[in-house]
Design a protein around this ligand. Structure first.
Ligand SMILES: *Cc1c(COP(=O)(O)O)cnc(C)c1O
Length: 345
């Protein structure tokens, strides 16, 4: 039996159709701008988001780094969430490589940053202070359960940014999950953002890559910075070919992953040994805990689940995160629920 891997949607393999397209991709030297498949992917991404241009990058981390460096220079400041991926999980790159100061604002349980806190974080024009040059949001907000951030909220932050002449960046690693959950077009959801990074390699199932979209000026600066950080690739059409299929075929099926997450969450909620907040299960992530009196730790249960061909990530002594994706079926969820029930009873 194959492994049921619920650790993350980053574990998704490319589909047979993607592998076929990769084998047959038209390629060229992308540093000369001559890779037809990369160009097609960048144009398709820009069009999908209603922005002027796109740039293919190696990872979401590179997409955020390049975007921040294209908006800010050394000594500038970016306002972002204290649980933002860019602040916590990108090795401090914006500071280490860009000299950009992160000014954090608390992420609320619903994934938003308080608007007042954003306003208060914007620096006045004062020679003592760094200059606020960017506001960055994350959608979905991973650390609070992969919750989608609404268009109304995004627009409200966009309006604050506009009032101060500051651009808005969205780390949209899973922005298509947000759009699917909110039942809104991704272009509409991110309309007030000046730049967006999204991952082809998570729920969209491509093996490698992310795309940044924004206006032409921004993408021109980002293109230069991508070279600076070593991200200019040559016959990158081999991987962009899978990205094109990801972009064209995967967003419209993400509700299936969300339904599977819901099914898992509701099944877990029915077990007396499990603590779970169903309200936070809105996309493809399920966070849950073992009740304090369960005589087993999360890592121990994770170990035992391996015997059922289930790979699930324990996050600390009591807590789990499970993520559904293309390769997880409703039957897998049934199998996972019965295995957990058996081990806990
Ligand atoms: C995965 C992720 C990224 C980028 O990660 P890479 O592994 O570098 O592709 C950025 N932001 C968020 C919110 C993510 O979940």
């Amino acid at each position: 039996m194959e492994m049921i891997d619920l650790r993350s949607d980053t574990v998704t393999w490319p589909t047979p159709e993607m592998r076929q397209a990769m084998a047959n991709a038209a390629v060229g030297d992308d540093v000369y701008g001559e890779d037809l498949t990369v160009n097609r992917l960048q144009e398709a991404a820009a069009q999908r988001f209603g922005k002027a241009a796109g740039l293919f990058v190696a990872s979401g981390t590179m997409g955020n780094l390049v975007s921040v460096l294209a908006h800010c220079t050394r000594g500038d400041e970016v306002i972002l969430g204290d649980k933002a991926h860019t602040f916590v999980y990108e090795a401090g790159g914006i500071a280490a490589l860009g000299g950009v100061n992160p000014h954090t604002v608390p992420v609320q349980p619903d994934g938003t940053l308080p608007l007042d806190a954003i306003r208060a974080a914007i620096r006045p024009d004062n020679v003592h202070m760094p200059r606020t040059k960017l506001i960055a949001l994350e959608n979905t907000q991973g650390t609070v359960g992969g919750v989608p951030i609404s268009k109304a909220y995004t627009d409200a932050v966009g309006a604050i940014a506009d009032d101060h002449g500051i651009p808005l960046h969205i780390d949209g690693a899973r922005v298509f999950n947000a759009a699917a959950a909110l039942d809104i077009d991704v272009a509409e959801l991110t309309a007030t953002a000046d730049s967006v990074t999204f991952c082809l390699s998570k729920g969209l199932c491509a093996p490698v890559g992310s795309v940044i979209v924004g206006d032409q000026d921004f993408i021109t600066r980002a293109h230069r910075i991508r070279k600076l950080v070593g991200g200019a690739m040559r016959q990158a059409g081999i991987i962009a070919a899978a990205g094109l299929i990801a972009l064209e075929t995967m967003p419209q099926r993400l509700h299936e992953d969300h339904a599977n997450a819901r099914k898992l969450a509701e099944g877990l909620a029915a077990l007396p040994q499990i603590v779970i907040d169903l309200a936070h299960v809105q996309t493809n992530m399920v966070f849950f805990e073992l009740r304090a009196d369960v005589p087993m730790s999360a890592p121990e249960l994770a170990d035992r689940l391996r015997a059922y061909n289930i790979n699930m990530m324990a996050m600390g002594e009591r807590r789990f995160r499970a993520v559904t994706h293309y390769w997880i079926t409703p039957e897998h969820i049934d199998h996972v629920l019965s295995a957990i029930k058996k081990e806990l009873s």
